[in-house]
Design a binder for this molecule. Structure first.
Ligand code: PLP
Length: 407
């Protein structure tokens, strides 16, 4: 039997070798391999669920784990895996996507200013438009379509720039590199944050384009099976990681070891799922673009999209979210949504299922009507989350639902 000290020495060596082994591997391999090495003690090929809130302390300076809010081996494995996939150094998982965004916002203090893209995820809208101003943090919201215009707004007081890799539900795409570089030339201390939920690390790695922190709702593509709510932050910066870790531990948005296990299981097929989803979504967008009952399709993968060029420069794939405006009154839109059989009428996105929703009455109902209209969230807008079902079944389902509206 090895002494505890000898064992830990081996463990450190083992982890170092594991990281070394990852170099040059394709994301398809990394999803299955990174952070998910066989257990050194038992040889278990899957990372065990360490369902324990506290850990016996064998001796000062010798113990990796102490209390689960501060760290847990199952969570640690998941964080290692996601740090590698996002091309970062340090990952922290949080109890929800919103909890990870709140964590990032807690880097700011009263009097600080934040510059944000205007058409944000619904929950983030409420946080930025209503809650942050109450804490004395000024938020300026604008379109991020023109990088030069964004950079012009940066001042010495700007502490944080916040954007989404593709916005929700309009799917506008910012030029992350141009905005990061331009902003840092004016204020080198500004923290650039990208919510990468819509792209996932398979389609986009913002840390390679000048972002300092990636936040993500793991609930969506990373987990992919619609059974966990969890969030993520990843950074390459040691000091930023320290600050975020302190916030995460002390504000307390911890995730359960069991949920971490489920997400580790989901991550293994992330590349396969996203690859299939990219293909299905492009086919669905092309079908919708030609349909007589559709006024407009928003999908960066379409050549007709004003974001096609920018998206092609940054993304490896265009993702699974397709938004479109249906012609006709809201009653017709409701009839269409109720007629779908392969798509399920539900909010959320990023799972293997295929979902359809009406942002004006569902995900963005919490956003004031005037703001919604400003952002182009009209009543006839439908957002699809195209999943892993068979391409032809998805398209036939849409076709049949349109036909039922003609009767
Ligand atoms: C879902 C979502 C969030 C919030 O994540 P939760 O896990 O639901 O808290 C944040 N940003 C985007 C873009 C999302 O889609």
């Amino acid at each position: 039997m090895l002494s505890k000290k000898e064992f830990e020495k081996q463990q450190v060596e083992y982890e170092k070798n594991c990281l070394e082994e990852l170099k040059g591997l394709n994301p398809q391999t990394l999803c299955i391999h990174a952070g998910q090495e066989p257990d050194l003690v038992t040889g278990a090929v899957n990372v065990p669920i360490y369902q324990s809130s506290t850990f016996k302390q064998y001796g000062k300076g010798m113990d990796n784990f102490f209390y689960t809010r501060l760290g847990n081996p199952t969570r640690h494995a998941l964080e290692k895996s996601l740090a590698v996939l996002e091309h970062g150094k340090h990952a922290i998982v949080w109890s929800s996507g919103m909890s990870s965004i709140t964590g990032v916002i807690n880097l700011l203090n009263e009097g600080d200013e934040c510059l944000s893209v205007q058409d944000l995820y619904g929950g983030t809208q409420v946080l930025f438009r209503d809650l942050m101003p109450k804490k004395g943090i000024k938020v300026k919201m604008m379109s991020f379509d023109d990088a030069d215009k964004v950079v012009k707004e940066v001042t010495e007081k700007t502490k944080l720039i916040y954007m989404e890799s593709a916005t929700n539900p309009a799917l506008s795409v910012p030029d992350v590199k141009a905005i990061s570089e331009g902003a840092k030339a004016i204020n080198k201390d500004v923290i650039v944050v990208v919510d990468n939920t819509f792209a996932s690390p398979i389609n986009f790695t913002p840390l390679d384009y000048g972002a300092d922190i990636v936040v993500e709702s793991i609930t969506k593509y990373i987990n992919g099976h619609t059974d966990v709510v969890m969030g993520l932050t990843v950074t390459k910066d040691d000091a930023l990681f320290k600050r975020l870790y302190e916030i995460s531990v002390n504000f307390g948005g911890t995730c359960s070891p069991f949920d971490c296990f489920l997400v580790l299981r989901g991550v293994k097929t992330l590349e396969l799922r996203v690859r299939e989803i990219n293909k299905n979504a492009l086919a669905v967008a092309k079908f919708l673009e030609k349909h007589e009952m559709v006024e407009k399709v928003m999908y960066p993968g379409l050549e007709s999209s004003p974001y096609h060029e920018k998206a092609s420069k940054q993304f490896k794939g265009y993702g699974g979210i397709v938004s479109f405006i249906m012609k006709g009154e809201i009653e017709l839109v409701e009839k269409f949504l109720k007629s779908l059989k392969v798509f399920c009428l539900a909010v959320s996105l990023g799972g293997v299922e295929s979902l359809a929703e009406n942002p004006a009455t569902m995900t963005h109902a919490c956003v004031k009507k005037e703001v919604r209209e400003e952002l182009g969230i009209v009543d006839g807008l439908i957002r699809l989350s195209v999943g892993c079902k068979f391409e032809e079944d998805l398209i036939n389902d849409l076709k049949n639902a349109f036909d039922s509206c003609k009767k």
